[in-house]
Design a protein around this ligand. Structure first.
Ligand code: ADP
Ligand code: MG
Length: 247
């Protein structure tokens, strides 16, 4: 599904190399976790995969189902089903959550050459997912994320993913102050989003999150590359032993 080979990326007009020969493969149906010290390049990896401005890829490749993602602008990547979950979700004053989501969905459908979803079909789908996530309908009429608690923002993000049905999800939770409730929301959401034709990459600082989401593989990112990989138990080893061995 997602294949990253020998990826190098710089910032600051090439003055600073952050990713330095990173290779990683996430097959469809799997959840992989990336852990690593601060400044290792974890967030940079998520930005490069989704195509944020300011990060220059200087070598290597990133493909989704064999298609070159690096060749696409961020909107095309989203239309291919790449979803980046933000650590600090965007607040959009004045735009009701449902309006935002329907606009996003139709932009993606248009890019794929599909007809827009009808208002009744969209409403039905949104209502079904909201019910499943125990989100009150009033919440969906409020402007996206404005005044939402940390847990509510996370729940809303899971809601967006369930409605949009992305093929590949990147979640960067590093350094975020998720409380236990928000952790549970994320974990339950990720577990519900697991699917045979979907890949999920979770970047996390918290071994604790991986008690609820049991990943298929755990990778250590240090110094801009993947230094070691293991099964779910490896996260516990890292928790006790730290990253010194991979510096
Ligand atoms: P992590 O998420 O693993 O903590 P990041 O990917 O955020 O690491 O950052 C990796 C390194 O790159 C850090 O040293 C950070 O300061 C630096 N960095 C990230 N983005 C930029 C940027 N836009 N300009 C300059 N340095 C950056
Ligand atoms: Mg980070």
């Amino acid at each position: 599904m997602l294949n990253i080979t020998n990826l190098t990326a710089t910032v600051d007009d090439g003055r600073k190399t952050i990713l330095d020969g990173l290779s990683l493969s996430v097959p469809a149906g799997e959840v992989h976790a990336i852990m690593g010290p601060n400044g290792a390049g974890k967030s940079t990896l998520s930005y490069v995969v989704t195509g944020r401005d300011g990060y220059d890829v200087t070598g290597g490749s990133v493909t989704l189902d064999g298609e070159d993602l690096l060749d696409m602008d961020p909107e095309e990547r989203a239309a291919k089903g790449v979803f980046l979950s933000f650590q600090y979700p965007l607040e959009i004053p004045g735009v009701p959550t449902l309006t935002f989501l329907r606009t996003a969905m139709n932009a993606q459908r248009k890019a794929r050459g599909e007809e827009p979803i009808s208002a009744p079909d969209f409403m039905k789908r949104a209502r079904d997912v909201a019910k499943q996530l125990k989100i009150a309908p009033e919440m969906l009429r409020r402007p996206l994320n404005v005044g939402f608690s940390g847990g509510e923002k996370k729940r809303m993000e899971i809601f967006q993913m369930m409605v949009l049905e992305p093929r590949f999800i990147v979640m960067d939770e590093t350094d975020s102050g998720l409380d236990v409730d928000a952790l549970r929301v994320v974990a339950d959401g990720v577990n519900a989003l697991r699917a045979p034709d979907r890949g999920i990459l979770i970047i996390t600082h918290y071994q604790r999150l991986l008690d609820y989401i049991v990943p298929d593989q755990v990778h250590v990112l240090a110094g801009g590359a993947i230094r070691a990989s293991g099964d779910a138990g490896f996260a516990k080893t890292l928790e006790t032993e730290g990253y010194d061995a991979y510096a």
